[in-house]
Design a protein around this ligand. Structure first.
Ligand code: TMP
Length: 234
């Protein structure tokens, strides 16, 4: 499938149309941003690694009955996906406290949560993707009641599936962010799942193998992504 016109350029990906009206190409860049692009940099070959990691995880989720936009990998940095209408929400699941939850509630990083926490953020860069709740989603019609239920059900199921998947690779899934889209009337999983969008800690050592290495200037960033790639494709 050939790339045609650029539709959109985001912080980590560029989207292109294809010959098929139902498909687009996601091109993964090496650009990295954090704190709503207040911090910017590049991570060598991040785009290649995230494309491969994300493809592997979408394949796994698909094999477990989760519908995703993933069709196939087209090249090192390119993924063919279904053309969805993105729901303007970030759906976050947390198993242990980290990142913005620690800042919000003054928690110690790594605190175990008694049950998984689901959060919604409104995807709007100029507002800094503010956290919202289900009432905002209903009141502002960001998603229908049925779509909301589907996204919640999927998010918890994906947490169970991915937590087990990563644990087998000696990685603990601390938290992650999902985006969903509408395709022919149905809600399906979209965007990417990678060390940009998940926190992954090595079991035993607690070593961070995700974008927190960039956010917190921990060094060996590309090596951490490579480590995740090696484990998920082994
Ligand atoms: P947070 O602790 O910064 O809210 O992040 C929670 C999870 O969501 C973490 O795994 C990183 C991911 N995330 C994104 O994928 N994109 C974002 O814009 C943000 C803020 C977080």
């Amino acid at each position: 499938m050939q790339k045609r016109d650029q539709i959109y350029e985001g912080k980590a990906k560029i989207l292109y149309t294809t010959d098929s009206p139902d498909h687009i190409i996601q091109y993964f860049k090496d650009d990295a941003t954090a704190f709503n692009a207040a911090k910017k940099g590049t991570i060598q070959d991040k785009g290649v690694m995230n494309n491969k990691i994300s493809s592997r995880i979408f394949e796994f989720l698909q094999s477990q009955g989760i519908e995703t936009h993933f069709e196939k990998m087209l090249g090192d940095r390119e993924m063919l996906v279904k053309r969805v209408q993105i729901v303007p929400l970030e759906v976050i699941i947390r198993n242990k406290a980290a990142g913005s939850l620690c800042r919000l509630l003054g928690l110690k990083e790594g605190l175990a949560l008694a049950c998984p926490v689901l959060e919604f953020c409104f995807k709007e860069d100029k507002l800094n993707d503010p956290m919202i709740n289900e009432y905002h989603i209903r009141a502002l019609k960001f998603a229908s009641e049925q779509e909301l239920e589907t996204m919640k059900k999927y998010a918890f199921k994906i947490n169970e599936l991915m937590s087990k998947f990563f644990l087998k690779l000696n990685l603990e899934l601390i938290d992650f962010k999902l985006e969903f889209g509408r395709f022919k009337g149905k809600i399906i999983l979209a965007d990417e799942i990678s060390p940009d969008t998940c926190r992954l800690w090595e079991v035993g050592t607690g070593k961070k193998l995700d974008k927190d290495r960039f956010r917190q200037d921990l060094g060996n960033i590309a090596e951490a992504y490579q480590e995740v790639l090696s484990r998920v494709t082994k």
